[in-house]
Every structure is written in structure tokens, then in C-alpha cells.
Write a protein that binds this ligand. Structure first.
Ligand code: HEC
Length: 92
């Protein structure tokens, strides 16, 4: 039982690291940068729920501003559980 719990935690960390790595260049290692000179919100200041809502919205085309196509491309390859992990880590 204990073993499977810690294995689960390790797997979640790896899944998070894999899926967030490609975001760092624009949003910062902890979501502290506004992407591309202020074109996005500072995502670490968003709540977990807001990040989930935004990412799921980019995936299905219902969310976004002038540069949404860029984020549609970023979100397409993420599963809902990847998005949950990112929101849990970055959101407040
Ligand atoms: C090439 C730069 C770039 C990369 C890489 C990138 N983003 Fe973004 N992100 C942006 C821009 C620009 C916006 C604003 C898009 C718009 O107009 O809706 C944005 C918006 C967002 C938003 C919504 C914030 C808002 O302003 O409404 C979230 C959440 C987000 N990104 C998370 C991520 C995550 C998670 C990843 C990695 C899977 C990622 N981004 C990768 C540039 C990037």
C-alpha cells in the first residue's frame, strides 16, 4: 500500500515535469512571467480553477484572447490529468 502511494507520487511529479517543461520559456519556471512581453496573465496569480478553465478552454476553442492560437497548440497534446497537475502546481 505505502509503496504504491509513493510510486503514484513519483509518477505524478514526472508527468508534471514532462508537461510543464515546454511552458517555462514563456511563463517562467513557476508561472511568474507574463508570456511574450505581457501578452498573457501571470499564471501563478491565477487560481487552480482558473488555470484549468483556461487550459480546457484553449483545448476546445472556447477560451482565449488575441494570441489564443498559440495556446491552442500548446494545450492540444495535454490530457485532462496533465492539466490538473499543472493547475495544482502553478495555481494559488
Ligand atoms: C510561446 C510562448 C508560450 C508557451 C510555450 C506557452 N504559453 Fe501559455 N500563453 C502564452 C500567451 C501569449 C498567452 C495569452 C494567449 C491569449 O491571447 O489567450 C498564454 C496564456 C496562457 C494561460 C491563460 C492566461 C491568460 O492570459 O488568460 C495559461 C493558463 C497558460 N498560458 C498556460 C500555459 C501552459 C500550462 C503552457 C505549457 C503547456 C503554456 N502556457 C505554454 C504563451 C505561451
Amino acid at each position: 500500500m505505502k509503496k504504491s502511494v509513493s510510486l503514484f507520487l513519483i509518477m505524478s511529479c514526472l508527468a508534471y515535469a514532462n508537461s510543464y517543461t515546454k511552458c517555462i520559456g514563456c511563463h517562467g519556471a513557476n508561472g511568474e512571467k507574463a508570456a511574450l512581453n505581457g501578452k498573457s496573465k501571470i499564471i501563478k496569480d491565477m487560481t487552480k480553477a482558473e488555470i484549468k478553465f483556461a487550459m480546457l478552454g484553449y483545448k476546445d476553442g472556447s477560451y482565449g484572447g488575441a494570441m489564443k492560437n498559440l495556446m491552442v497548440a500548446q494545450s492540444k497534446s495535454l490530457s485532462e490529468s496533465d492539466i490538473n497537475l499543472i493547475a495544482e502546481k502553478i495555481g494559488k
